[in-house]
Design a protein around this ligand. Sequence first.
Ligand code: WTA
Length: 637
Amino acid sequence: MAIPYQITSLEQYHRDYKKSVEDPEGFWSNIASQFLWKKKWDNVLSWNFKEPNVKWFAGGKLNITENCLDRHIANLGDSPAIIWEPNDPNEATRTLTYSDLLFKVKQFSNVLKNNGVKKGDRVCIYMGMVPELAIAVLACARLGAIHSVVFGGFSAQSISDRLQDAQARFVITCDGAFRGNKEIPLKSVIDDALERCPFVERVIVLTRTKTPVSMIRNRDVWWEDEIRKVEQQGNPDFPAEEMDAEDMLFILYTSGSTGKPKGVVHTCAGYMVYTNYTFVNVFQYKPGNIHFCTADIGWITGHSYIVYGPLSAGATSLMFEGIPTWPDAGRFWDIVDKYKVNILYTAPTAIRSLMSYGTEPVLSRDLSSLKVLGTVGEPINEEAWHWYDEFVGKKKCPVVDTWWQTETAGIMISNLAGVTPSKPSFATLPLPGVQPALIDEKGKEIQGNGVSGNLCLKFPWPGMLRTTYGDHERCRLNYFATYDDLYFTGDGCLRDENGYYRITGRVDDVLNVSGHRIGTAEVENAINMHSGVVESAVVGYPHDIKGQGIYAYVICGQEPEDVELMRKDISSTVARIIGAIAKPDKIQFVRGLPKTRSGKIMRRILRKIAEGEMKNIGDTTTLLDPAVVEDIKNGKV
Ligand code: WTA
């Protein structure tokens, strides 16, 4: 494989950044040329942000799995593609070389085909972090089916919403998943979800935990049995399906400020080019490096930096089934030590949580293999940044603070490890090809440095979302209608005197709890499902470990007799409707909510009170009943 495009000096960064703005098509076609195409593209880019309609590499034909697997076999066939560390450190680890992985992907592509899956079908994947999850994802891509991975922590209700939205007729799951000392009954959650989804024809179930499960005749089949059938067929080859550059690769549901989660759509060529480019450049990947991204494949970070980015670069991707604090808070560091990890990519929440156990766990392990550290998912506070830099990286590893979103597919604003400068709590500079803009309240771009505004992007990049599944208008309204000719990220941002960007957090009604995106409206809808609840309002508040916690103000029909029990009931309702990740951290029962005369809830006031700010809560004269504010203040939990 040719050496990929890699920026190796600050001068080159500035030079190439300029080039990428002056001649974006030249810049991206140069990078795209490094890949294996079945047919070269006719047109690098056509776009407008009005509809929006964005096409990259139109006319090109390819399959992403040939780029992630087949093309590496000649040189890297025997080198590890995926190393898997199980939840239980005493269980055997697994290593899949590139040849092993390609073989298993072809095998499972045959399983999908035998079960009736065709190009363009949507396949929902609800599994724990086992290598078969990556195999299932890649097999869909090889066959041309559109995968929609749902994080293993989501509830049956959330799964059925997603299945219905995507009209997925196929589900791939496990009997259960291990997470720390817990066993999560994935198949039984799927069974509940499918009660509302009669259109699902086939469920393929991998054995992992040996949790007893019910297998429904004519619908459910075992992964292992299906593999045996393919073996009996003599393991036929499975040539990669020819895909158009702009064919859908996957759907990933994510929360927005309103209603139900939306299915962000990514397409084959742009996604491949963008995840590869960002992986190689931000982490400064060198052949042979062991890359450990601690995310779950249920989130975009796992899609882009466990599966597609690293594999397209021929890297070794370490996949971990468990959690950072089990059996003890040294687990990450044991893994780094055991596999001689070179690149570690994790979330600020994990760092803050590990910090709270002190330095003994981290100082007692050998971390000398580490070369690059990364963070993602939420703003990192300076204290956590310094702890990471000092105790994990021993001040010898550049820390990259990477800002991006499900919608962007890959990293957008970040320092390049060791190549461009870092600044604690700053994502710093945009990658070449990325054109950020800060916008003021009137929709005008704010020029110059030492300013802040709403973060937008002025120009398309190959990894940008193309639509929201089944509802293009929703995509337009959400991202392209706030400001003319701009993609609006939903984030607030400042640009310092040196032009470095610092993301300050969401400016819409989206919370970021432990790096997970959760819509306030979603949580409110879930709380309101409880029969005793009349109305609720949810806001975020600063949380030492999670970054943001969920604070719910709830009006009940009758004053609860047992307040604690009612809180627990509401929490379980939320867990049942969305999943445990969306449980409120604090619930305050109130008699009324601060509303304007037109009935709009003044969240600004609720946010202040949740933050503990009792004095400067701003103007309350426009409220229908200003007295509720005093009541709420007095009852703060
Ligand atoms: C936030 C995760 C500050 C931001 C890849 C964004 C960050 C949302 C950073 C996307 C960062 C992500 N610094 N904030 N380095 N990275 N965010 O879709 O608010 O799960 O809009 O994608 O996380 O979350 P998502």
